[in-house]
Ligand binder design. Structure first.
Ligand code: ATP
Ligand code: MG
Length: 603
C-alpha cells in the first residue's frame, strides 16, 4: 500500500480536528440558536417519554397480576393509554428534533462547501498544477458529509445517551439495590473501553479506504479528461489495467475494513449478551424467591433493552464519528493549505495611469533546481507594443505568469506604473491586465456565455461588438445555433484559432489597460492567423501590449522586440535595428524565412 501512505496521509489528533470543526460550525449554531434550543427541548421530551415506559409497563403487569382482587378495568385502560402516549411522544419528539435540526446541518454544509470552494480558488497556481481533481472532489464530498454526521450525532446522541445511562443506573440503584446498578455500570464501562480501543485500532483501515477511494477516483477522472490521448495511443487496455489496479487496492482496503468491523461488532455483541443474561438471571431468581414482583422483572428487562439499544448505537456512533473524523481530516488539510502568493495586509489597489510595465533584475525558478529567468530587466512604456520572442522553453509564458503574480520572483521586482505588484491586491492587479493565453480553454457552456465571461455584466450589444472586434462574426454566422452554440468541455468543440479569437473577444470585453497576447505554438493557417493578429492589433492600438510571438512575421511592426534566451534578455530593438545587429534575432529570423521558403518550394 505504498502509494496510500504518502506524505499527505493525515494524522491529526481527533481533539485538534474537533476544535477545528467547532470553529467551522459554531457560527451556524449561534445563528440558529432558537432552532437548536427547540431541538434540544424535543430531545428532552423524547427521552422523558422513554424513561416512563418501563414504569408504566411495571404498573400494568402488577395490576393485571394483582391477587386476589384484580385492579379495576378503568385503571388498567388508563395505564394502557398512558403507555401508548409515552411511546408516541418518544417517536414524535425524536422526529421533530431531527426535522428542526436538519436545517441547521444543511446550512452548515452549505457554508462549509462554499468556504472550501473559495479557499481552493484562493490557492496559488502551483497548488492547482499539483492538484488531482478527481481525488479532491471526493475528499470534499466525504468531508462535508462527515461534518453533517458529526453535528447530528455529537449533539443528539452521545450526551443524551450518557444521561440515559446515568438515569437508569440511578433508578436501578434506588429501587433494587446495588447489585443491578453494578452490573449495568460494569458492562457499560467494559463496553465503552472495548469500543474505544477497537475503534482506534480500526481508524487506519478507514484511512486506507479513503486514500484508495480518492486515488481510484483521481485515476478515473484523469483518464476520462485525457480521452483523446488515450484513443490516439490506443491505450484503453493500459488505462483499464491501471484503474483495475487502483480499484483492487480499494477492494483490499475495504476488505480489511470490513473484517475489523466484524471484530468490533462481535466483541460488542458478546459484552451486551453476557450482561443482559446476567441481569435477567438475577431478576428471574428474585421473582422466583418471592423478593420481586413480575412487574419488577418486566421493568428491569425493559430498562436493559432500552439501555443497550442506545449503547449499541453509541458504539456505532463512536465508530462513525471516528470514521467521519478520518473523512474530514483531509478536508481540513485542504483548508489548512496556505496560498504561497498572498496580499499584504495593507495592500492598496493598483492605480493604473499609462500602464507602464517594468521588470527589475527579476530572477525566478519554479523549483530550487532550475533557474528559469535570470536578472531580467526591461521596461514597457504606457501605450507601447512590445514583442517577446525566443525559443520554446525560453521563459516567455513565465514572464506573463509573474506579471499576473501567479508566482513571486525569487529576486528583483515587477512594477506597473511605478507600483510594486506585491504591494497591491491581486484583484486590482489582475483587473488591470487582459490576456489571450497560449492554451485557451473554455467553460463547458455556450459561446455567448464564454465570451461574456470577460465581463459578466456586459450587455448583449457589447458582446456583439466584442465578437466583431475579434473577427468572429463570419464564424458565428455559419453556426446553426449562432452564439448559443455549446462549445463542449474545455471548449474542445472549437478549433484552436476559434478558441483564441473567443479569448480575444473576452479580452476586448474586459477592457483593461494592459494587454497580453501569448501566441499559440500550434501555427494557425495564415488566413486565421491574419484574422487573429488583425483583431489583436486593433485592440492593442490604445493599450500597453505585450505580445509573445512564435512567428516573427507577425510582430515585425512592434515598437520594440525583446529577445529572450534561457531566461536572459539577449537583445532588444525594433525589427530593423535587430536585423542590423546580426545577432540572435537575425538567426531566428533567417531560420524562419528559410522554413517559409521551403514550405513554398515543397508544398
Ligand atoms: N509550473 C511549472 N513547473 C515547473 N517548470 C515549469 C512550469 N512551467 C514552466 N516550466 C518550465 O519553465 C521553462 C519556461 O517555460 P515557459 O512556459 O515560460 O516557456 P515559453 O518560453 O513560454 O515556451 P513556449 O514557446 O514553448 O511556450 C520551461 O522549461 C518549462 O519546462
Ligand atoms: Mg509559452
Amino acid at each position: 500500500m505504498h502509494s496510500l501512505q504518502s506524505n499527505d496521509t493525515p494524522n491529526e489528533s481527533s481533539r485538534l480536528l474537533l476544535a477545528k470543526l467547532w470553529r467551522q460550525i459554531a457560527p451556524t449554531l449561534a445563528e440558529n440558536s432558537g432552532r437548536v434550543a427547540l431541538a434540544l427541548g424535543c430531545l428532552l421530551l423524547a427521552k422523558g417519554g422513554l424513561l416512563l415506559i418501563p414504569f408504566l409497563l411495571k404498573g400494568l403487569v402488577d395490576s393485571l397480576n394483582q391477587t386476589p382482587v384484580p385492579a379495576p378495568a378503568a385503571l388498567i385502560l388508563l395505564m394502557v393509554v398512558a403507555y401508548g402516549t409515552a411511546r408516541f411522544a418518544n417517536t414524535l419528539f425524536a422526529e421533530l428534533r431531527d426535522t428542526l435540526f436538519g436545517r441547521v446541518t444543511e446550512r452548515a454544509m452549505h457554508r462549509l462547501g462554499l468556504a472550501v470552494f473559495k479557499h481552493i480558488h484562493s490557492l496559488d497556481l502551483a497548488y492547482h498544477l499539483n492538484r488531482r481533481t478527481g481525488g479532491l472532489a471526493r475528499d470534499i464530498e466525504r468531508g462535508t458529509n462527515g461534518v453533517s454526521f458529526l453535528m447530528r450525532f455529537f449533539i443528539f446522541n452521545i450526551a443524551p445517551t450518557l444521561f440515559e445511562i446515568a438515569m437508569v443506573t440511578g433508578i436501578l440503584l434506588y429501587n433494587y439495590g446495588v447489585n443491578y446498578s453494578l452490573v449495568v455500570l460494569l458492562s457499560v464501562a467494559l463496553y465503552g473501553a472495548f469500543s474505544f480501543r477497537a475503534t482506534r485500532w480500526r481508524t487506519r483501515f478507514i484511512r486506507e479506504v479513503n486514500a484508495a477511494d480518492s486515488d481510484s477516483n483521481t485515476r478515473a477522472v484523469d483518464s476520462l479528461i485525457n480521452y483523446e490521448t488515450v484513443k490516439y495511443f490506443t491505450n484503453e487496455d493500459f488505462e483499464a489495467e491501471r484503474y483495475d489496479q487502483s480499484l483492487e487496492q480499494w477492494e483490499q482496503a475495504r476488505r480489511k475494513n470490513r473484517l475489523s468491523l466484524l471484530a468490533l461488532n462481535g466483541g460488542q455483541a458478546v459484552i451486551i449478551a453476557v450482561s443482559q443474561t446476567l441481569m435477567l438471571g438475577m431478576a428471574a431468581l428474585s421473582v422466583q424467591g418471592g423478593n420481586m414482583t413480575l412487574g419488577d422483572f418486566v421493568l428491569i428487562n425493559q430498562f436493559m433493552l432500552q439501555l443497550f439499544i442506545p449503547l449499541g448505537f453509541l458504539g456505532f456512533v463512536y465508530r462513525e464519528i471516528k470514521a467521519s473524523l478520518a473523512n474530514i481530516e483531509r478536508l481540513f488539510l485542504i483548508l489548512d493549505q496556505q496560498p504561497a502568493v498572498t496580499d499584504k495586509p495593507d495592500a492598496g489597489t493598483l492605480a493604473v495611469a499609462a500602464g507602464a510595465i517594468e521588470f527589475q533584475q527579476v530572477d525566478f525558478g519554479y523549483g530550487q533546481e532550475r533557474q528559469v529567468l535570470s536578472e531580467l530587466q526591461f521596461r514597457i512604456q504606457g501605450g507601447e507594443t512590445v514583442a517577446l520572442v525566443g525559443a520554446s522553453g525560453a521563459g516567455k509564458s513565465t514572464v506573463v505568469k509573474l506579471l499576473f503574480r501567479f508566482y513571486d520572483p525569487t529576486g528583483g521586482a515587477i512594477a506597473i506604473d511605478g507600483q510594486d505588484i506585491r504591494d497591491v491586491t491581486q484583484q486590482s492587479l489582475r483587473r488591470a491586465i487582459a490576456i489571450v493565453p497560449q492554451d485557451c480553454v473554455l467553460f463547458s457552456d455556450s459561446l455567448l456565455e464564454n465570451i461574456r465571461y470577460g465581463r459578466p455584466d456586459a450587455s448583449d450589444e457589447e458582446v456583439e461588438a466584442a465578437v466583431a472586434a475579434a473577427h468572429l462574426v463570419e464564424f458565428v454566422s455559419r453556426l446553426p445555433e449562432g452564439l448559443a452554440t455549446q462549445v463542449g468541455e474545455r471548449g474542445l468543440k472549437l478549433s484552436g484559432g476559434e478558441r483564441q479569437r473567443v479569448a480575444i473577444a473576452r479580452a476586448v470585453l474586459k477592457d483593461a489597460a494592459i494587454l497580453v497576447f501569448d501566441e499559440a505554438t500550434s501555427s494557425l493557417d495564415s488566413e486565421s492567423e491574419r484574422a487573429v493578429m488583425g483583431a489583436f492589433r486593433a485592440l492593442a492600438g490604445h493599450h500597453t501590449a505585450l505580445v509573445i510571438a512564435h512567428r516573427l512575421s507577425t510582430i515585425v511592426d512592434a515598437d520594440r522586440i525583446l529577445v529572450l534566451e534561457d531566461g536572459r534578455l539577449v537583445e532588444q530593438g525594433n525589427h530593423e535595428q535587430l536585423l542590423a545587429q546580426q545577432g540572435r534575432y537575425t538567426d531566428l529570423w533567417q531560420a524562419q524565412q528559410r522554413e517559409a521558403a521551403q514550405i513554398l518550394d515543397h508544398p
